[in-house]
Every structure is written in structure tokens, then in C-alpha cells.
Ligand binder design. Sequence first.
Ligand SMILES: C[S@@+](CC[C@H](N)C(=O)[O-])C[C@H]1O[C@@H](n2cnc3c(N)ncnc32)[C@H](O)[C@@H]1O
Length: 252
Amino acid sequence: MMRLAVISLFPEIFQAYMGAGIMRRAAEKSLVGFEVLHLRDFAAGRHRIVDDYPYGGGPGMVIKPEPVYEAVKYAKRDGLPTLTILLSPQGKPFTQRMADELSGEKGKRRLLFICGRYEGIDERVRASLVDEEISTGDYVLTGGELPALVIIDAVVRLLPGALGDEDSLKEESFSWGILDYPHYTRPPEWNGMRVPEVLLSGNHGQIALWRRKEALRRTLRKRPELLRMAGLTPKDQELIGKIKEEDYEPGK
Ligand SMILES: C[S@@+](CC[C@H](N)C(=O)[O-])C[C@H]1O[C@@H](n2cnc3c(N)ncnc32)[C@H](O)[C@@H]1O
């Protein structure tokens, strides 16, 4: 089982997402165990205050270290090894490779996500309680809940048995280091646009070749930098040569 835990000031955010679709099915099949801890429950005093003014002045509030420390301690109460992840725009940019690595923690370490809010969390939390700091991208959100869900989703769907059809993992974007090929379903013609004939041919060799070529074409157009890292075969290089000839536009 993959053990997941989240520390958040808004635990209700997780209910809908974790209660639907693949996430729900993974929990029902006991592929994942999921616990949400409400940070406020770990704050001291009658008012359970979790934030305070920043030292040195400036705008906004900062989450106090003590409730986070207490929540982390509670999350680890069973003594199981835990990888503690702080969501932060300053963290390591999240990628499919990281999703792969984190899904490999199944049965080894619990993944514990600390979601910030306001201006963030007292720096001493990062320095003393956090193993990894992860960002989902170069933008600033109001809280770490959406990034935590993004990572959890990407990780859980990689767990064996989570998806209906495991094969879909093998061919999607980034699994080959490049983007996915285009997908079509019925009807064969819609709004004057026909599905490429090769996909209707039943010729699996030709279909596989077409898909590889179109995946390379898309990557070349949309994310050419991915091709440098993709470990392309000589056949891929040949296909890229053809694509460049086909897509050549004079003056561009
Ligand atoms: C408003 S942000 C704080 C931003 C912080 N003052 C800074 O500039 O780095 C509040 C919280 O949202 C989360 N967050 C915001 N953007 C994020 C991102 N791109 N990736 C991961 N977490 C993010 C973090 O947990 C952060 O503590």
C-alpha cells in the first residue's frame, strides 16, 4: 500500500478529488491509504492560532512552526519511514520522472505533504522537518493543496492496478520522454474532418509507425527541447528528418 498524508488548513479541499474516479478506486482497492490532518487541530490555545506576523515586518502572515511540528509528529505516530515534502514555488520543479520515483516509495516510505498558505511557513520548518521541497511550476498559488493533489494524482495513477488499462501508461506523454500521439474516436468523419486513414486500416505495424512519427512531430513543434533528452533511435532520427521535410515552410 502507498501511504499518503497531507497537512493542510483546508482539509475539505481533498474530499472531492480523492473521492472521485481513479483516486477513489485506488483507495477502495487499498492501493493507497490517505490521511488528511487539519493543521488547526495541532495549534495551541483556545483560538488555535496557526499564523503570526512576519519578523522584520512586511505584508501577510506566516504559518507558525509549532503546529506544523506537532502535525508532522502525529502523522509519523506509527513510526513508519516517511518522506516529508513541502509544497513551495521555490522547490524542485515536478516532473513525470519525479512522479515515477515517488510511486516507487510504495511499501517503503509514507509521503507526507505539508501545504503552505499565506506568505508560507516559518523557515525553520523547512530546515528541520522537510526532506524535499517541490514546486508544480513557476507561478504562485494561494496554497499548497492543489500542488499536493497534482503530485498525488500523478503518483497514484502509476501504481500497479490503479488504472483500468496499464498499457495506457506506456504510451502517454513523457513516458517515452516525448509527447503523446494524437487520439481519435468515432465518428470517422466529424465537421468535415476525417480520422487519418491509417488508423482505420487495421495494420498494426503501420499504425505504430504513424503514432511514433506524430508523437515526434508534436514534440518537435511544441516542446523541441524534450527531444534532446529523449534517447531517440536511428529510426526516430529518420522520422524526424522526414517530418522536417514535410513541415518545411519557405521563409520560416
Ligand atoms: C502564496 S504562497 C507563498 C509564496 C511565497 N511567499 C513565495 O513567494 O515563495 C502560499 C503557499 O502556496 C503553496 N504554493 C504556491 N505556489 C506553489 C507552487 N507553484 N508549487 C508548490 N506550492 C505552491 C506553498 O505551499 C506556499 O507556501
